[in-house]
Ligand binder design. Structure first.
Ligand code: SAM
Length: 453
């Protein structure tokens, strides 16, 4: 039995009334396991898997495998995500015109579950800024975004108040707020241990501050989506009500009754709550708003990037064989020699972000030149812009795992130069053939530490 804090139990008894015992029974059942497949890397066989009703790429698994030891997981073919939080997909589809190029901000992004979901929904002309305020959480965010392979991204490390230079810039802002985590009690015993009345109040206030910053970033008629994984009204309804009072209109969503999602109303506000006794997933809340008020003007655009220079034509030419559709990208070099690509159509947006945000990585990290040799990055191998013409080496599952242990592999047929390690047609990363050997270019930080036997 999960040892529920007594005042949490009282709160939920008041909130749920007669349904409370069902809630407590559900909390003591095992949490369902669910994944969301990457439509850009459709390799996983989903035949026979139960679907998550509100997300066409979401599936339940009958049991929890060791994901680390699945090369398809390492290649970004799917993300392990709790099912209720995939409701975001349906909320976005109902409120945003996804066929248009959009500027999207995920303000509280690590480890990247919702950012990868958004990346899968957006058109290839859209821009996604994934921000995480806690520096130590940025590497896992970057790793998950790189695995997903969407190249039109900025990963930033800022407090929400640092975004003030981007007032009115975004068509969609997601605040998936840090919360008291009541909805995660079944999955995470730490969430139970850390819960207190004081933490609810603290989280509610922190969210208020984040939302206040977030509101100013939304364009006129743009959308603000607020979500938490908790149940209490202080964090959810009251904060959402604050938005409704400040120039944002709550947008009602249309969910079939059979999905089991509970509508929460307060004045003009409509929010949606997932409870584990009514949906196959954890506790989750979301509400969606449209900005009614107009926004101020953005500052003039600078002509050049502050932090990097255009790449020399000769080096650009050396990159071409590695890229698919290189004409759609512009290439730059940072002061430390690292190269990056930005989608040319979004140059103005990237210029604006370059001025407004100090701590960020923009676009796709391509690699670097050592003398005249181009050393491609791991992110390029996993991205959708790597050339399909590059010679690949199909690995067995055992060799794929040895690749992720960063062992050197022996190839049956010797090959020279850069090769893509592949598993079931998906790129895993780079190998370089030298004589009879191939060197393994998996970044050290990506090495799996688990025993693969
Ligand atoms: N959206 C993520 C996902 O789907 O994988 C989960 C986000 S988690 C619920 C909330 C995030 O907000 C955490 O990564 C946390 O570090 C970050 N956070 C904590 N305090 C914050 C603050 N004051 N402002 C903005 N973000 C904050």
């Amino acid at each position: 039995m999960i040892p529920l804090p007594s005042s949490f139990r009282e709160r939920l008894q008041t909130q749920l009334g007669e349904a409370y015992p069902d809630f407590e029974v559900a909390l003591n059942q095992p949490a369902p396991v669910s994944i969301r497949i990457n439509p850009a890397k459709p390799r996983l066989n989903t035949d026979g898997l139960e679907r998550v009703p509100w997300c066409d790429t979401g599936f339940y698994l009958p049991e929890r495998p060791v994901f680390t030891l699945d090369p398809l997981f390492q290649a970004g073919a799917y993300y392990v995500q709790e099912a209720s939080s995939m409701l975001l997909a349906e909320a976005v589809k109902q409120t945003v015109n996804l066929s248009k190029p959009l500027r999207v901000l995920d303000l509280c992004a690590a480890p990247g579950g919702k950012s990868t979901l958004l990346a899968s929904l957006l058109s290839d002309k859209s821009l996604l800024v994934c921000n995480e305020v806690i520096r130590t959480r940025v590497p896992i965010l970057r790793e998950n975004i790189e695995k997903w392979g969407f190249p039109n991204v900025v990963i930033s490390n800022h407090d929400p108040e640092d975004f003030s230079g981007l007032a009115g810039f975004f068509d969609l802002v997601l605040v998936d707020a840090p919360c008291s985590g009541e909805g995660l009690f079944r999955k995470d015993p730490k969430a139970v241990a850390e819960w207190s009345e004081a933490s609810v109040q603290l989280c509610a206030l922190r969210q208020q501050r984040i939302l206040t910053e977030a509101m100013s970033l939304v364009s006129e008629r743009g959308v603000l989506l607020y979500s938490t994984c908790t149940y209490n009204d202080e964090e959810n309804v009251q904060n959402a009500a604050m938005l409704a009072e400040q120039g944002f209109q709550s947008i009602p969503l249309d969910f079939p009754a059979g999905w089991g999602i509970t509508e929460k109303k307060s004045g003009d506000l409509t929010g949606y709550q997932c409870y584990p006794h009514k949906v196959k997933g954890e506790g989750f809340f979301l509400s969606v708003f449209r900005r009614k008020s107009s926004t101020g003007l953005l500052p003039n655009l600078p002509r050049n990037f502050k932090s990097f220079k255009p790449l020399q034509p000769k080096q650009q030419a050396a990159l071409q064989p590695f890229l698919q559709n290189p004409t759609q990208y512009s290439f730059y070099v940072k002061p430390n020699g690292d190269l990056l690509s930005l989608p040319t159509a979004l140059t103005a947006d990237f210029l604006r972000l370059d001025v407004a945000l100090r701590n960020k990585g923009m676009g796709l990290d391509l690699g670097t030149f050592k003398g005249t040799d181009f050393i491609p990055s791991h992110a390029l191998a996993l991205s959708s812009i790597v050339s399909p013409q590059i010679l690949g080496v199909d690995l067995t599952k055992e060799d794929a795992l040895r690749y992720f242990k960063k062992e050197n592999l022996i190839l049956q047929e010797p090959a020279k130069g850069w090769l893509l390690a592949k598993y079931e047609g998906l790129n895993l990363g780079w190998l370089k053939g030298v004589g009879n050997r191939v060197n393994n270019y998996l970044p050290k930080d990506w090495r799996i530490r688990m025993d693969i036997e």
